[in-house]
Ligand binder design. Structure first.
Ligand SMILES: O=C[C@H](O)[C@@H](O)[C@H](O)CC(=O)O
Length: 274
């Protein structure tokens, strides 16, 4: 199996809590980004004490109450499945904070981690404040929910976004990369993709490759898979008949999303919308 592809597991953590993904120091080539997905049964509780990382808890499906420090955010979550294609609620939790998530229903939560540099206010990132963004033309169209964009000065390192790509389209395309700390031209951001497919037997193709092809992995990515992007271009192609969802977590030395398109494919941006 490709070394950048991680398959979902169901590792019981505690009563009513299962770890589906747990990408962290010791099992990942990434230095900045950590990523977990947890399933909580209704009423189950997940608690964590952060040390030198900040965290964005994204309520992928179902409803939950999140307590972070002295604050409690009740009844978060807007959808039973990500394919309702509505924005969801998330909570930003600062470093050195203890937080707690309790499932009000059966719920799936993505935990997005990156280095925390300063103590910041914990903060609700409400679905109501997220306006879906349409990107692209022709067969390169996708819809983006910017959960924690670099325009929001809430976090030290974390960037979080979710993307919907319809049948027959490509996203993260033309291929772009952000693996050089070379502002204003490019920023260095590692990235993770958490993928879901509709219907769930679907798969998408994702390639992760560098200019010198020292890294060049092409993957068939199935429902609930995670793809790690330590460097390089990382386009996604969606077969006819399926809808792709992915949640991206990005982080690096500077919290700026400045990508560089693969020059070989940038010409597609010059075409008219057909
Ligand atoms: O760098 C960001 C990720 O590759 C995606 O979020 C990508 O930007 C989505 C898209 O624009 O197609």
């Amino acid at each position: 199996m490709a070394k950048l592809l991680r398959k979902p597991k169901r590792n019981p953590l505690s009563k009513g809590v299962c770890i589906v993904h747990d990408v962290k120091e010791g099992n990942t080539p990434l230095e900045y980004v950590g990523f977990s997905v947890i399933d909580l049964d209704k009423g189950a509780v997940f608690e964590e004490m952060l040390t030198d990382q900040e965290c964005c808890a994204v309520i992928l499906t179902g409803k939950a109450t999140v307590t972070a420090g002295e604050q409690t955010f009740e009844s978060l979550g807007t959808r039973e499945t990500v394919f309702e294609k509505v924005p969801t609620d998330s909570v930003y939790i600062t470093k050195e904070e203890t937080y707690r998530i309790q499932g009000e229903t059966d719920t799936r939560v993505a935990l997005c981690y990156a280095p925390g540099l300063t103590k910041r206010p914990n903060r609700l990132l409400s679905a109501k404040d997220i306006q879906p963004e349409h990107r692209g033309i022709n067969m390169n169209q996708r819809s983006v929910h910017n959960i924690l964009p670099d325009s929001l000065d809430v976090a030290d390192s974390l960037l979080v976004v979710e993307v919907y790509t319809e049948s027959g389209n490509f996203s993260s395309y033309p291929p772009h990369k952000h693996d050089q700390d070379n502002l204003p031209y490019e920023s260095l951001l590692e990235e993770t993709y958490y993928h879901e497919q509709d219907p769930p037997q679907g798969f998408v193709f994702q390639r992760v490759y560098t200019d010198d092809r020292s890294l060049d992995e092409s993957m068939a990515v199935e429902n609930e898979d995670v793809v790690l992007v330590p460097a390089g271009y990382h386009p996604v192609g969606v077969p006819d008949g399926y809808t792709s969802y992915y949640l991206n977590v990005m982080a690096g030395p500077k919290r700026i999303w400045k990508f560089h398109n693969d020059p070989a494919h940038e010409w597609i941006l010059d075409r008219e919308d057909s």
